[in-house]
Design a protein around this ligand. Structure first.
Ligand SMILES: NC(=O)c1ccc[n+]([C@@H]2O[C@H](COP(=O)([O-])OP(=O)(O)OC[C@H]3O[C@@H](n4cnc5c(N)ncnc54)[C@H](OP(=O)(O)O)[C@@H]3O)[C@@H](O)[C@H]2O)c1
Length: 189
């Protein structure tokens, strides 16, 4: 399959490490102009060393207001990958308000926040694009000790469906301008 993203602008969250970093590098290799967002400056510096074409933004996406400002300043984005996620261990009976907020702020609310900006931009430009939310099998199957992680992944799956449904009225000729995807990834060591 010949995949070419030349002329497209992509934004990947959690691009400092792991899956997000690989996605950012691959999208850049495939021709996209990539904005890599993460919160550890050293990770972004090493990413820039690996691929100097990638632009970086050091940002804690758990901060709604600051994220909105930084992402709006990026301008046009055609392809968004909401990848950043945290997973911490604590039982349902032990989960504090702070622990719950931390999971929902990063794994769910940040994806909603950034998707709103990107989707509104695509609609106002009468453009086209795609939003990919990196979910998990944990959104379907629970695991003891990870109630908040599993709940945020179930929530992101439903957000993907809800956004896809609401974007239908913005049909541009025959094609849907914004494609929404929720991906479950499984890593084998
Ligand atoms: N790995 C798996 O087996 C697996 C399986 C299923 C689903 N997933 C999903 O795949 C995605 C990526 O997983 P991964 O294993 O690649 O994770 P990872 O190696 O822990 O990397 C996560 C990246 O997200 C960044 N990040 C976390 N919180 C952030 C915040 N508030 N603001 C900005 N950046 C933030 C991290 O930066 P810092 O390190 O600086 O915090 C890091 O660069 C997640 O959504 C995860 O739930 C992973």
């Amino acid at each position: 399959m010949n995949i070419n993203f030349t002329g497209r602008i992509a934004l990947v969250t959690g691009a400092g490490k792991g899956i997000g970093r690989c996605i950012a590098i691959k999208l850049s290799e495939l021709g996209a102009k990539v904005f890599a967002v993460s919160r550890t400056e050293a990770d972004l510096d090493s990413l820039k060393e690996e691929d100097s074409a990638i632009e970086t933004r050091c940002l804690d996406i758990g901060n709604w207001k600051n994220t909105r400002k930084v992402i709006e300043d990026v301008g046009r984005v055609d392809l968004l990958v909401n990848n950043a996620g945290i997973v911490r261990h604590k039982s349902v009976l032990e989960a504090s308000e702070e622990f719950t907020d931390e999971h929902f702020d990063v794994n769910f609310k940040a994806a909603l926040n950034i998707s709103q900006i990107v989707a509104k931009g695509i609609i106002s430009r009468k453009g086209s694009g795609a939003i990919v939310n990196i979910s998990s099998i944990s959104g379907i199957l629970t695991a003891p000790g990870f109630p908040m992680y599993c709940s945020t992944k179930a929530a992101i799956d439903m957000l993907t469906k809800s956004m896809a449904l609401e974007c239908v009225p913005f049909k541009n000729k025959k094609k849907l301008p914004i494609q929404l995807h929720s991906c479950s990834v499984t890593m084998h060591q």
